[in-house]
Design a protein around this ligand. Structure first.
Ligand code: C2O
Ligand code: CU
Ligand code: CU
Length: 456
């Protein structure tokens, strides 16, 4: 992982150019596109007090002055350029979850870049090859940084117009705050060894139990993102007519939402919902619990039909005839006498190897080396009674089969591996680099459940 100090120097030199410090004012909060049609953003991470609990302030960390962060947008086939400026009191990076990009832009400290120090900036720029609903977040001190609010949606619009005329982005997060809005522990070892540390205040776009007004009778694209560290939301819209159009950014043959969709941390769905009639309300729920009220509001436009399926993304189809099989066992390591090396806890491991977030050299010892261009079949085996949303950077994979449920094969970047489930997924190793492969329950990832996969 040869990273030079060049990036750091560039960052320091840049301070004069953008004129931060004394002159930093309101305009830096806007994170506005600098040139609207080339998707250039200036995005600042900085502390800001948010009123998550009415009448109380929460000392959040924000992207563009808000949490969830500013919604970034690009178009398929275009470049996205983001000048990222760190005004936090500690180093950070941005990882672009689900985006297939070159390693240097992947935002993993000491693997793809050096951390962006307070006062520095980093220019992220990459081609957005796939349309869909993605998101961004740091890959440093994740429990705290994501916990404090550094999570934001990244929408890549289809190259051609789709049949959707209306859309809404719904970012789900369950904050670790008490009744006064003060942060509670982002990570409790006892919980990290189990399902992960849960927050208590469930919000959509930072709001508890919002009421969303939708054009009555029209089909609306709901982009629902799980931006939470821990919680798997069991989404249902039982009173509404809703169809799934994409999973984790990748289009599928549309099908009814069904009884419930389990959206694990890091996962997204694109739903088409026929909005209720004027004045009628339906609930979006997590299991039995209401997340939001969706209310129909009369419009003068005539309602359209269900849109055609979304066009597929340009992903390579794995060749199962020649694919090499690799097994990955996700295990609890708490019972093993894993030495507490650098002060952290080790509760989880992949194939007997636990990642140590304090050891900068872990990525030098990848758990697997894949040959560029070759197809692979991964057998993902959950040996534990807690579920793991398994996520891979840099490449999308195709989910083929599970011993626990019926699978319509689909491409994704995150698969929710249920308790004691074994799943088969396949991919073409078509992106050279060292790619993180981890559970997206942040507590699990930070206590061992992460590895690097190298493609050469
Ligand atoms: Cu959302 Cu390592 O990623
Ligand atoms: Cu990712
Ligand atoms: Cu996990």
């Amino acid at each position: 992982m040869s990273i030079t100090r060049r990036q750091v120097l560039a960052g320091l030199a840049g301070l004069g150019v953008v004129g931060l410090g004394a002159t930093a004012g309101v305009r830096y909060w806007l994170g506005r596109p600098l040139f609207a049609d080339t998707h250039d953003y200036e995005l600042i991470a900085a502390p800001a007090d948010l009123e998550l609990v009415p009448g109380h302030q929460t000392p959040a960390w924000t992207y563009g002055g808000q949490a969830p962060g500013l919604e970034l947008r690009s178009r398929q086939g275009d470049w996205l350029r983001v000048r990222f400026i760190n005004h936090l009191p500690e180093p950070t990076t941005i990882h672009w979850h689900g985006i297939r990009l070159p390693l240097e832009m992947d935002g993993v400290p000491y693997v793809s870049q050096l951390p962006v120090l307070p006062g520095e900036y980093f220019d992220y720029r990459f081609l957005t090859q796939d349309a869909g609903t993605f998101w961004y977040h740091p890959h440093t001190s994740s429990a705290e940084q994501l916990g404090r609010g550094l999570v934001g949606p990244l929408i890549v619009e289809e190259a051609q117009p789709t049949g959707f005329e209306h859309e809404r982005t719904l970012g789900l997060k369950t904050w670790h705050v008490d009744e006064q809005g003060a942060f509670t522990d982002f990570s409790v070892p006892r919980q990290a060894a189990r399902e992960g540390t849960r927050g208590r205040l469930t919000t959509i776009n930072g709001e508890r139990l919002p009421v969303l007004e939708l054009p009555a009778g029209h089909v609306v694209r709901l982009r629902i993102l799980n931006l939470d560290n821990t919680v798997t939301y069991r989404l249902n819209l039982s009173e509404g007519d809703a169809r799934l159009y994409a999973l984790d950014g990748n289009p599928i043959a549309p099908r009814p939402l069904g009884k419930e969709y389990w959206l694990g941390p890091g996962m997204r769905i694109d739903l088409a919902l026929r909005a209720p009639d004027d004045g009628r309300e339906i609930s979006l729920r997590n299991g039995p619990l209401r997340l939001a009220t969706l209310r129909g509001l009369a419009t003068s436009q005539p309602a359209g039909d269900w849109p055609a399926p979304l066009p597929p993304n340009p992903l390579s189809e794995p060749d199962l005839q020649t694919a090499e099989t690799l097994s990955f066992n996700f295990e609890w390591a708490g019972a093993l006498s894993s030495p507490v090396k650098t002060g952290g806890f080790t509760f989880w491991q992949i194939n007997g190897q636990a990642w140590d977030i304090n050891d900068k050299t872990c990525a030098d010892r990848p758990i697997a080396r894949l040959k560029l261009g070759q197809s692979y079949l991964f057998e993902l085996r959950n040996m534990a009674q807690y579920q793991h949303p398994i996520h891979l950077h840099g490449m999308s994979f195709k989910v083929l089969a599970s011993n626990r449920r019926k699978i319509e094969p689909y491409f994704t970047d995150t698969y929710l591996l249920g308790k004691n489930e074994t799943a088969k997924v396949a991919l073409v190793a078509d992106n050279p680099g060292v790619w993180m492969f981890h559970c997206h329950v942040i507590d699990h990832m930070e206590t061992g459940l992460m590895a690097a996969i190298e493609v050469v």
